[in-house]
Design a protein around this ligand. Structure first.
Ligand SMILES: [Zn+2]
Length: 339
């Protein structure tokens, strides 16, 4: 009798432990709420910390930022790009002001598409900023570049984590942290030179999303809104989400050509920049005071979620934005001579 009882106990113990196991292996569904303020705060405060020394291109500080981004790409299981054997696209260029040779790296992670592997969507931000500048009478010499553009780089990392878990991308996504943007779109320009632009379906660039936009809470704006139908696709996908995308309110600043999207747009790729920056009144813009404490982490989180929802149909291969058409002057980046 005792033996039989023991067998029963063992039998139920095995069944129970099997049930427990299946419970543990059930994968939790990935939702937009997984992009949360805790994750956003962590990336933002790390990238904009004094330890990164303002992430000046070619410095030790930006090297720390590069390593942080690489460690996250590795953690999310991203692959390397094209013929590269790590996440770095390294190159040298001459600094126009100092005439010094600088070695710099774009950091590129690839999430391969399920069915449309040869159709690329770029999700990018620049991870460089102005570095350390000693100015007379100024106590703080570190230009942390929290809004510009640790906030955008945070978005690239959060979107890389989200889409790598969500696994809905029929198209291949290239997550890129560009270098040398502040020196004149150097990193994105270098990247653009080496690509077959016909394979690139869209460019999603993110700049300064740490402050509420001029249109109010839960809004962002897009540069070059009328240059392709990218913006109207995003607007359609955001319907009912409570978040609204507007055209760029600062036409006079020519912002479409002032961030890394321009290096891709010049090749005809519908590449635009998302931003919420109130740059007409922003007292911290390109100042040492662009610190993470001046930013609204909820604004960043909500904007990243909106970008994920807004671009989903492009990433899934359901929508293909029209190509950007530019004038010769716009394509070459040359300005018309003033008479
Ligand atoms: Zn910027």
């Amino acid at each position: 009798m005792k033996k039989i009882n023991l067998i029963y106990v063992l039998f139920f113990a095995i069944i129970f432990s099997c049930k427990e196991n299946t419970k543990q292996t059930t994968v939790k569904e990935v939702t937009i709420a997984d992009i949360d303020t805790t994750t956003v705060r962590k990336h933002l405060y790390t990238l904009a910390s004094d330890e990164m020394e303002g992430r000046g291109t070619g410095t030790q500080g930006i090297e720390k930022a590069a390593q942080y981004i690489e460690s996250k790409f590795k953690k999310f299981g991203l692959k390397t790009y094209d013929t590269l054997n790590n996440y770095r696209q390294t190159f040298t260029f001459t600094n126009r002001q100092t005439k010094k040779e600088i070695t710099a790296s774009n950091i590129i992670g690839v999430l391969e598409g399920k069915s449309k592997k040869d159709e690329y969507v770029v999700v990018s931000a620049h991870y460089d900023h102005l570095g350390i500048r000693n100015k007379e009478g100024q106590l703080d010499s570190i230009y942390n570049g929290a809004d510009d553009d640790a906030s955008g780089t945070t978005a690239v990392l959060a979107l890389a984590e989200y889409f790598s878990k969500k696994k809905i991308n029929e198209r291949t996504i290239l997550f890129i942290a560009f270098t040398g943007e502040e020196m004149g779109l150097i990193g994105s320009n270098h990247f653009g030179k080496g690509i077959d632009s016909t394979k690139f379906v869209a460019g999603i660039n993110i700049e300064m999303i740490g402050k509420e936009s001029n249109y109010g809470p839960k809004t962002a704006w897009l540069t070059g809104f009328n240059r392709s139908d990218f913006g109207t696709i995003i607007q359609k996908n955001l319907e009912g989400s409570g978040y609204v995308l507007h055209p760029d309110p600062f036409q006079k600043f020519n912002l479409f050509f002032r961030s890394d999207n321009a290096s891709l747009a010049r090749l005809g790729i519908p590449a635009h920049t998302f931003s919420t920056g109130p740059i007409d009144v922003d007292i911290h813009y390109h100042k040492a005071s662009d610190e993470p404490e001046t930013l609204n982490v909820s604004n960043i989180t909500e904007t990243i979620r909106a970008i994920a929802i807004g671009t989903e149909s492009i990433i899934k291969g359901e929508d293909t934005p029209t190509r950007v058409v530019l004038t010769v002057e716009e394509m070459t980046g040359r300005r018309k001579k003033k008479k």
